[in-house]
Design a protein around this ligand. Structure first.
Ligand code: GTP
Ligand code: MG
Length: 222
């Protein structure tokens, strides 16, 4: 019985997620669902990306947090459209929350939408929001064993960013062991080593994003 209930919830979510994606397609908005543990660097990555692409790409952000508008306030200061979703205890965003956020964004004026999911390495992977791509961050202090302990996040990702690479000299994080573990779970995934503090490696992320935007627009014929 419990399994049936869970299936109902997930299929209802998938239906709304498809509706969201059709709407985003109609408006030509490439949408990235950003996922990670709390504090891995999602907002920092968004801020760096806005800094790099502002003026060339119209960016908007949906911020998901259990409480507060701290992240939305930071992003808003960069002059981009932002909606904060407070889940009031919920450990992930879902498609219904995302649809409500889309209702409050200027969809005709957006090229690239980031959805910053609630910081959590488990639940966000199970709920489609309508995104086109999933990016996840794993920061060095979390440890290189996480793909074994939380595999679904890594199998669901299109790109994995190893963040806080500037801390490598101070931590026992085995980069090649981590990359092997992630590649074993998800052979197609792109993996970038970055620092949202120093900017190291972010050029690879920016060029991935720009290629995705170009490829997506040409597939859509726009
Ligand atoms: N040393 C270092 N610190 C970083 C880096 N990226 C982010 N931080 C710091 O890590 C902390 C958390 O970063 P956020 O960007 O807020 O992380 P988040 O994933 O958005 O956190 P939540 O929204 O709370 O889940 C902040 O103090 C950042 O300044 C990095 O590459 N290197
Ligand atoms: Mg954040």
């Amino acid at each position: 019985m419990e399994i049936k209930v869970l299936r109902d919830v997930l299929s209802a979510n998938d239906g709304i997620a498809r509706r969201n994606q059709n709407r985003l397609d109609k408006h030509g908005i490439l949408t990235i669902n950003l996922m990670s543990s709390p504090g891995a660097g999602k907002t920092s990555l968004i801020m760096q990306t806005i800094g790099k692409l502002k003026g060339k790409t119209r960016i908007a952000v949906i911020e998901g947090d259990i409480a507060s508008t701290i992240d939305a306030d930071k992003v808003s200061k960069q002059g981009v459209a932002v909606v904060q979703i407070n889940t009031a205890g919920g450990c992930h965003l879902d498609a219904n929350m995302t649809e409500n956020a889309l209702n409050n964004l200027p969809l005709n004026d957006i090229d690239l939408l980031f959805i910053e999911n609630v910081g959590n390495l488990i639940c966000p992977a199970g709920f489609a929001l309508g995104e086109h791509k999933r990016a996840m961050l794993l920061s060095l202090p979390e440890g290189d064993d996480k793909p074994y302990k939380y595999p679904s996040m890594f199998t669901e990702a299109d790109v994995v960013l190893i963040n806080k690479i500037d801390l490598l000299p101070y931590l026992d994080f085995n980069i090649s062991a981590f990359i092997n573990a992630v590649s074993g779970l998800n052979p197609e995934v792109k993996i970038f080593q970055v620092s949202c503090k120093t900017g190291q490696g972010l050029a690879d992320w920016f060029s991935w994003l720009q290629d995705e935007m170009k490829g997506w627009k040409s597939r859509r014929g726009s």
